[in-house]
Design a protein around this ligand. Structure first.
Ligand code: FE
Length: 339
């Protein structure tokens, strides 16, 4: 009898040990620094982190296809639009803990997923061709003004960052108004949309346009010199501008993730999310990716501070709405012949 109890106890312990000591992360983030961070987590907790990296499409397809057999615990990606759409397919489960709820403002999370870092999608302008008066109280909405005709560059409509920006405009101004806005933006474009966010900043630096719309971390990345001297010089020719300072604030987005519906190691996944929200991890993340910290009390990278950290962030628009209005946003852009 004693022997049986010992065997049962041992097997319970072994099972718990196996459950508590591993977490499988599916990530579309391509940062080497993320891997360093997971190593720190393992050193602190003894929980091994297995990382499967890939493109969002491939990772999501695999998770859906493997269904109940999926070993994925935590899916990490960028853009709330991406995350919210995956959530709407029922792929996540409750990812909250009291710690997570306390640390992350409610507009940057949902029951099933949470923002880990933040980024802003802002304007980068030529100080030679855009004057202070032009920028006074400038909102995203004002870019529809004919005064900007032939002066704006922004990437294509298939880009998730654009879809989320337009979704936020639908949330705040309605679909019809945003539809008209998009038509005016297309008229104001300096060229057919092409290239990534950095390519838009390069276009302004080269004099092809006066205002680029791009995410904050790309500008910092260019300034850092990590993308080469040419891009560093180009970045120095443009200046950042944070729109909508006199109303709801600048459009914000997140990197983040959620715990998958069939996660075998939910407890460890929660611990990993909580770790990513510690001061130490947040500092590591923002130093390496030039994103903004999610939690209070962590300073962004010097290059971001120079851009101005006191700007008003939009904290009233729930980033979950980027998923909710994603198909409307795409429809609006395609209607406006936004390439
Ligand atoms: Fe990006």
């Amino acid at each position: 009898m004693k022997k049986i109890i010992v065997i049962i106890l041992t097997s319970i312990l072994l099972n718990n040990f196996a459950i508590a000591n591993e977490v499988n992360v599916f990530s579309s983030r391509h940062y080497e620094s993320d891997i360093e961070l997971y190593k720190k987590f393992t050193n602190q907790t003894g929980i091994k982190v297995n990382v499967i990296s890939g493109k969002d499409e491939a990772l999501q397809k695999r998770i859906i296809e493997e269904g109940t057999n999926s070993k994925a615990d935590l899916y990490i990606t960028s853009d709330a639009g991406n995350i919210a759409i995956f959530d709407s397919k029922g792929m996540f489960q409750n990812s909250m803990s009291p710690t997570i709820e306390k640390l992350v403002p409610s507009n940057f999370r949902n029951k099933n997923w949470v923002g880990i870092t933040k980024r802003a999608r802002i304007l980068f302008y030529s100080p030679e061709r855009v004057v202070n008066d032009d920028l006074k109280n400038l909102n995203y909405e004002d870019l529809a003004n004919p005064k900007w005709k032939g002066r704006i560059v922004i990437r294509q409509s298939n880009n998730i960052y654009n879809q989320s920006l337009i979704a936020s405009l639908i949330f705040n101004n309605g679909k019809e108004t945003t539809g008209e806005w998009a038509k005016s933006i297309v008229k104001n474009m300096a060229r057919d949309p092409k290239g990534n966010d950095r390519a838009q900043i390069l276009a302004v630096a080269a004099g092809e346009a006066d205002i680029a719309i791009a995410n904050t971390y790309y500008y910092a990345l260019m300034l850092s010199g990590n993308k080469g001297l040419e891009q560093q010089i180009a970045a120095k020719k443009v200046l950042p501008f944070f729109p909508n300072q006199n109303n709801r604030g600048t459009h914000m987005n997140i990197s983040g993730g959620g715990i998958l519906k069939y996660a075998p190691n939910k407890g460890s996944a929660i611990k990993l999310i909580e770790f990513l929200l510690t001061k130490e991890a947040q500092q590591h993340l923002v130093n390496n990716t030039y994103e903004y910290p999610m939690i209070e009390g962590v300073e962004p990278h010097e290059l971001l501070k120079k851009m101005g950290t006191k700007f008003k962030q939009d904290l009233t628009t729930d980033v979950a709405s980027y998923g909710q209005y994603q198909s409307d946003a795409l429809e609006i852009m395609l209607n406006a012949k936004w390439k």
